[in-house]
Every structure is written in C-alpha cells, then in structure tokens.
Design a protein around this ligand. Structure first.
Ligand code: OGA
Ligand code: MN
Length: 196
C-alpha cells in the first residue's frame, strides 16, 4: 500500500486490483541477467525523442528481447496477471529511458494493445502516474522501484492516462524519487478480435 498513492480513498477503492504494484518481483540477480539479455537488442547510443503514439523523450526501445532464459522465465511469471484466454504476447517491449527522459500522459493504443499491461522496472526508481480521462482531479501514483512489477487493467488501462514523471517532477508525495536510467520490460496482450 505504501507503493501507491491516490487522490482519494474512493479512487483507491475504485482502482483496487486494476492498478497494482508489487515490489521485489525480480531479484537483483535476475535483474542483472535480464539487462544482459535485452541490452544488445537496444543498440548503442541513438536515443530518440517523440513518438507517434505517445509523448516520450530520451528513450530507446525494441520489441524483441526474450531470447534468453531470464526473459522467458519472466514472461511465465507475469502471465498469471493476464486473463487465461488473453495471455501476454511472447515478446516484451523493452523501453530504455535516460535520466532526463520521460513518458508523457497517454493511453496505449486500443488497436495494438489489449486489456492488460504489465511492466517490470529495472535500474532506476520512477513514478507512474495515472489520471482519469473523465476527471483530471482523480489520480493514482505508483512508486516503481527497481525490480518491481506493475499491472494496469480494465478502467486503469482504458479510462486513465499513464505517464512516467520527468526527473524535475519525480516525487511520490513528499518523497523525492531521483531518476536515473531506467529500463522497463513491458508485457501486453493482443486486442480482442485478434488471434481469437
Ligand atoms: C509505454 C509506457 C511505461 C513504462 O511505453 O507505453 O507507458 O513503464 N511505458 O515505461
Ligand atoms: Mn503506455
């Protein structure tokens, strides 16, 4: 519960089970192995800005990265967060954010992404903020420590934007969360109507 803050107890209740975070989902040893596996796919240098789908700066990304043993293992361990008939795609979206990079508020495209998003954060802590599309006063913040897992589903995925706060705004309540380089492995399922 200390990893989650909400604009009101009502909102926390409304999103219970739909937006969640679990610290210590991967050990430091697994994290090192995962980084070793995904790093080659990210290429060298060449961080970019802006993306057609979401406001994002200071990042590199790739969609292939589960060749190795730790990646496959992680996929198996996040699969229970997905509906049995809508499992995660067999590849992870690997997002490498510079300390000065951020992900602006957006909703993942319903064309390319199904009902559930699960993200594992490595290296640097960060704050993931959700904000209601209906009422911007309604927000939820998740403290993403290295090795943590977060899951967004249902209303938290469709009715709220999500963003990774830039360093200068990176606070969790009174707690300053200094941003370093952060690598996230993000698992998604297909939208309904595809590969039924
Ligand atoms: C995204 C996104 C969040 C994260 O790439 O669409 O929301 O955990 N990323 O990096
Ligand atoms: Mn997203």
């Amino acid at each position: 519960p200390a990893l989650l803050r909400a604009s009101s107890p009502e909102l926390a209740r409304r999103l219970r089970g739909l937006a969640l975070v679990r610290g210590g989902f991967v050990s430091e040893r697994e994290a090192a192995e995962l980084l070793r596996e995904v790093e080659p796919g990210l290429g060298r240098g060449r961080y970019q800005s802006d993306h057609w789908d979401r406001a994002i700066t200071g990042y590199r990304e790739t969609e292939r990265g589960l060749q190795g043993g730790a990646g496959r293992e992680l996929l198996l361990r996040v699969t229970p967060a997905f509906p049995p008939r809508r499992p995660p795609r067999p590849s992870a979206h690997v997002l490498d954010l510079l300390p000065e990079g951020h992900v602006g508020p957006h909703v993942d495209s319903v064309k390319f992404c199904g009902c559930t998003i699960a993200g594992v954060s490595l290296l640097s802590p960060s704050v993931l903020r959700l904000r209601s599309l209906w009422d911007p006063q309604d927000w939820l913040e998740l403290l993403l420590e290295p090795g943590s897992l977060y899951v967004l589903r249902g209303a938290a995925r469709y009715k709220f934007t999500h963003e990774i706060l830039p360093d200068e705004e990176s606070f969790f309540g009174g707690l300053r969360v200094p941003r370093g380089r952060r690598v996230a492995l993000i698992f998604r399922n297909d939208p309904p109507g595809e590969n039924p």
